[in-house]
Design a protein around this ligand. Sequence first.
Ligand SMILES: *Cc1c(COP(=O)(O)O)cnc(C)c1O
Length: 355
Amino acid sequence: MPPTAPPVHVDLLSDTLTKPTDAMRRAMADAPVGDDVFGEDPTVRRLEARVAELLGHEDALFAPTGSMANQLCLRLHVGHGEELVADSLAHVLRAEMGAAAVLSGISSRSWVAEHGLLDAAQPLALMIPDGGTYQVNTRLVVVENTHNFGGGTVQPLDQIETLRAGTRDRGVAMHLDGARLWNAHVATGVPLDTYGRQFDTVSVCLSKGLGAPVGSVIAGSRDLMASARIWRKRFGGGMRQVGILAAAGLHALDHHVERLADDHARARRFADAAAAGRPGSVDPQRVQTNIVVLDVSGAGWAPAGFVEEAGRRGIRLYPVSATAVRLVWHLDVDDAGTDLAIETLVPLLESGPSS
Ligand SMILES: *Cc1c(COP(=O)(O)O)cnc(C)c1O
């Protein structure tokens, strides 16, 4: 950021911004470590065992980023020239720089899901598991829960189950991009493994709302994770004394999961205030977790202009579409920060841009 940029008082840009707490740093400093490429880091092993159990799978594997975690799983399920299907706003399609095509030769198609909300009928209608010599074979459906660009949307369990029933016998695998599965679990009370067991592979992030500085984990069968270990090394993600990072993840699992409910309540409180100030800018009922997608077009704002004006007043946001901005609550935004965001942004929504 240029040195002249105004100070940021409330940073709602992303839940990746969280900084490790003092207690987390101590846990990292104290972690026993070893060479994880040789499978000898005891803290990484503990984290993998714990996440495998939480998600209802046989085994798990630590990965440096959520993108690599997803890409490892896509690579496991889909061969060169075969396809995955995912909704048009999916992170794997929109925000991983075409990695599935570039690294794994994967073709993809998508359907349009309002607010990212899963309707099982859409992927079931789209997939072609037996394309023969003319059509691309569908090998994988990707579901994102919660849905990032959809606005933190929680996917309905019954739709996931319907999708599972419709794909299982047709040789199509399912991957869960669960970067924020923790938020879905806390918002609904559905156990993590109830979600996890519906999928062949699951990826989760430790570095979003959970507040770890780095790290993701994938889970699946023992065989799939053994292959993923080889692909991780091939992708350049085999790390050595990485238990210091796994320790941050373990600390987050102990201390930072249930508190996600606070982020959800603050996001909802903001949405209530925004909807009262500018009806139609957001439907508070849709704000189920820590993300608010705010339509600023009704007030006459272009998202970039709204982001710039908010930035001048010390609130950092992200323009997420042609009409909307995204606000994300996390460990480092408290009630006072939420109040300030309301006091600053709601009047902007009410007045529109001054011309
Ligand atoms: C953040 C995120 C990821 C992973 O992103 P990285 O920046 O690579 O860690 C994957 N899926 C979703 C839905 C995300 O929000």
